[in-house]
Design a protein around this ligand. Sequence first.
Ligand code: 2AM
Ligand code: CA
Ligand code: CA
Ligand code: CA
Length: 267
Amino acid sequence: MHPMLNIAVRAARSAGTVITRAFEDLDKVEVEQKGLNDFVTNVDRDAEAAIIATIRKSYPQHTIISEECGTQTGEHDEFRWIIDPLDGTTNFMKGIPHFAVSVALQINGKIEHGVVYDPIRNELFSASRGAGVQLDSRRLRVGKHRDIKGTLLATGFPFKQRQHTEAYLAIFNDLFTDVADMRRNGSAALDLAYVAAGRIDGYWEIGLKPWDFAAGELLVREAGGLVSDFTGGHNHLLSGNIVAGAPKITAGIVNKMRPHLNEALKR
Ligand code: 2AM
Ligand code: CA
Ligand code: CA
Ligand code: CA
């Protein structure tokens, strides 16, 4: 394993320990509201601190971009760690055991290493660019469907950006006529990891943040999948509008989206 991936794994596992311990006594968790339907807890912050401490020990000069701390620019800014310490905070707070830690390392603008860790099931998804993706020690591939008929897709609802509800539902409606079923699991990072594992065939969501998908996108690509924006292009890095799946599934989803895209969703 590449030494930098090894640090990402250690960082993610250290956050996982913080999270699973706190999950045993949710009454003690302190919750703060950040915005509409948007919460942060002391556990998000403690998990983030554990990750940052692990990275800093080995790489004190790297930049760290994390959901709760924002950007801490380092002297060696060509190395950027992109971190979501707890993806699925709403699930966590409600006692639903489905959430993850996401740690990615971008070098000179390219994601080179990524880890998505599910601390409840102790499942560790990891990838280095060009070297494939693994769940623990098993190699992963995306699903084998060739078109969206009969596939199982996952999505995230636009819980925050309510201006997109109408377009979202139109797309949902159109996809739903063809697919077998749809899931809304509540962790974008795990949705992408599950695409990489072939557990779900495709995934789409509006307005993700870089830390939600930095690691997950690499997992999908290393599993032979394709990640794009809602037009099939590569603007999702900026817009966060994301489609993922085997190349033919991503294309099939994009195809269904086309008639429903407003200007904001074409970005
Ligand atoms: P988070 O838990 O790290 O904030 C995409 O759906 C992402 O948005 C999720 O991975 C999750 O990341 C966040 N999210 C999902 N549903 C949410 C909700 N109801 N409130 C706040 N954030 C949510
Ligand atoms: Ca959050
Ligand atoms: Ca997140
Ligand atoms: Ca988070």
